[in-house]
Ligand binder design. Structure first.
Ligand SMILES: Cc1cc2nc3c(=O)[nH]c(=O)nc-3n(C[C@H](O)[C@H](O)[C@H](O)COP(=O)(O)OP(=O)(O)OC[C@H]3O[C@@H](n4cnc5c(N)ncnc54)[C@H](O)[C@@H]3O)c2cc1C
Length: 539
């Protein structure tokens, strides 16, 4: 007899951890959480900058996906690392706490309304989810919660380079913004982060750790889900492999909630017979439900940097090595402060270089080191420096995720299609010109020896810079989108239910019809919270 649970959650990432905790805590349900990755407690994951040591070193806490060759990126295969650990992206991310803006959710609402039982996705109905989860250490007002488990706080350390950036962008005419999750997104300022006194606050740490002795919660790590079992049109269980490779079947009387992230969720749907019929047949998979939208509509924020060499020993270069590392470690141990309490991305801005008064089109982070993609970085001599890493907030390009084979062990074929839409390249060029000027603007300009990339500021030169440098900002989304009844590419209805199948919902970043204008961890957690409400019948 297979073990049976009230609900089974697949993937304990940002969304899955929140959904699980709500079902256990508020629904008093017996929940099995199957997570493919590892446990989330490790010193380099706990301390904010630690993750950057892991990111480039083939760590077990990351799964490095590679795209199919991207013609727009000179044929490069873009690397897209994703968390392979309890907490998913929230355990390995840069910890910036950004929700997007109210119009993101109004856009979704416009797309989704029209179904008979569609719920509202408009901002006033979404804000309570963010507030409920949030334990903000600074704000407590109509836009922020202070009692939630997700501690959100100011950076533990702000580097001088970050201050110079903030002042330079103000000198370019942007207002100082004290809160990117406040009434206006526009402006320059400092992020808030999902951390508490130098300690990362991942979704696993905030929402699952407090339940570790709760008998209703079973978490199985290193458990790779292979497919969802569907009988008579209803999801009734899951097949997974444990770390020894043994296969197990578990069943549910309630629902299966899929939250394996925007790259793996569509793969698991397809392996379960839910997807574009012809594609499934070409891999010998029996079609359970023809859902042409599965794996389509892949969106991601492309990023590109302007990089300068500093004229002095500013920023974070070499701070993780030798005596610097020891000094920073000691400072943290003795005072709880210092460079170990920041991911290094303290300052940021949201701007529109074409029409400053309109909604921002670009987000940028000030990174107080030289930072480019791995291949391009090798072409620049190591030195003190500063990078302005710019992200396109509402890219027009759409890609897809397809199966490489019917073997669950094979990675899917991922085509983010970065910059395929010419409007995206146009916007990238405008943004690069704006932030190249930031480097020439005081007080930042006073600290810069020379800009090292891009050097050729012509349209052709900037296009080539983008082709060589553009990479993921780690925000894949949209591959099992919610949509209205008439949209045959909609995989989910507005209640996050997989169309045509009973008892199966999706609550990770796959579910979004349009990528939000900002970083995606907080939106993913909001989706998990909302999905739990739907399962519990609270919405
Ligand atoms: C390096 C990096 C930096 C980032 N920086 C920021 C930032 O500063 N701020 C921000 O807001 N966002 C950031 N993000 C993005 C954000 O963290 C993600 O968008 C968010 O975590 C996505 O949540 P999710 O629930 O959709 O998926 P995930 O959190 O990726 O969760 C998916 C989970 O499913 C598990 N899984 C996958 N396959 C299987 C399987 N077959 N069986 C069982 N389990 C499986 C994975 O291990 C993972 O735990 C960053 C992401 C990365 C990778």
């Amino acid at each position: 007899m297979a073990e049976t649970f009230d609900h089974i959650v697949i993937g304990g990432g940002s969304a899955g951890s929140v959904a699980t905790s709500r079902l256990v805590e508020h629904g008093k349900c017996k929940v099995l959480l199957l997570e493919g990755g590892h446990h989330h407690r490790h010193p380099l994951l706990d301390m904010p900058p630690g993750v950057f040591k892991l990111l480039s070193n083939g760590s077990k806490f990351f799964k490095d996906h590679f795209s199919v060759p991207q013609p727009q990126l000179n044929g490069r295969k873009a690397k897209i690392p994703q968390g392979n650990v309890l907490g998913g992206g929230s355990t390995v991310n840069g910890q910036a706490y950004v929700r997007g803006r109210p119009s993101d959710y109004s856009e979704w609402n416009d797309i989704l309304r029209g179904n008979n039982d569609a719920i509202s996705w408009d901002w006033p109905d979404i804000l309570p989810h963010f507030k409920r989860l949030e334990g903000n250490k600074k704000f407590n007002d109509e836009l922020h919660g202070s009692d939630g488990k997700l501690i959100v706080s100011d950076p533990g350390h702000v580097d001088d380079v970050a201050r110079w950036f903030v002042q330079a962008v103000q000198a370019q005419g942007e207002p100082f913004n004290p809160d990117f999750n406040g009434h206006k997104q526009r402006g320059v300022g400092y992020f808030q982060f999902t951390y508490d006194q130098g300690q990362r606050v991942s979704a696993a740490y905030a929402f699952l750790d407090p339940l570790k002795n709760n008998p209703n919660l079973t978490i199985r790590l290193q458990s790779q889900v292979q497919r969802i079992l569907i009988e008579n049109g209803r999801a009734v269980g899951v097949v997974y492999k444990d770390k020894s490779g043994s296969e197990h079947t578990v069943r549910t009387d309630g629902e299966v909630i899929l939250s394996a992230g925007a790259l793996i969720t569509p793969k698991l749907l397809m392996l379960s017979g839910l997807g574009p019929a012809e594609h499934l047949k070409s891999h010998g998979i029996k079609v359970v439900e023809d859902l042409p939208g599965v794996g389509q509509n892949l969106q991601d924020h492309p990023d590109v940097s302007v990089v300068a060499k500093a004229n002095g020993p500013y920023g974070y270069w070499k701070q993780d090595r030798g005596w610097n590392m020891i000094r920073n470690g000691l400072e943290f141990k003795l005072t709880g402060r210092g460079k170990i309490t920041t991911t290094g991305l303290e300052a940021a801005c949201f701007i529109n270089p074409t029409d400053p008064e309109a909604e921002p089109t670009h987000e940028a982070y000030c990174i107080p080191v030289m930072y480019l993609n791995e291949e391009q970085l090798k072409t620049i001599p190591e030195d003190y420096g500063v990078s302005i890493q710019m992200v396109l907030l509402k890219p027009h390009s759409r890609g897809d995720v397809r199966l490489a084979s019917n073997n669950p062990a094979d990675m899917p074929l991922i085509n983010p299609n970065f910059l395929a839409d010419p409007r995206d390249m146009d916007e990238m060029i405008k943004g690069l010109r704006y932030f190249r000027k930031t480097m020439d603007t005081r007080p930042l300009a006073d600290k810069i020896d020379k800009v090292v990339a891009p050097l050729d500021m012509s349209d052709e030169g900037l296009t080539e810079h983008c082709r060589n440098v553009v990479k993921t900002n780690f925000h894949p989304a949209g591959t099992a989108k919610m949509g209205a009844d008439g949209d045959n590419m909609a995989v989910l209805d507005a209640r996050m239910r997989v169309r045509g199948i009973e008892g199966l919902r999706i609550c990770d970043m796959s579910a979004v019809p349009e990528i939000p204008a900002g970083n995606t961890n907080a939106p993913a957690m909001m989706l998990g919270d909302r999905c739990a409400d739907l399962v519990l019948g609270d919405l």
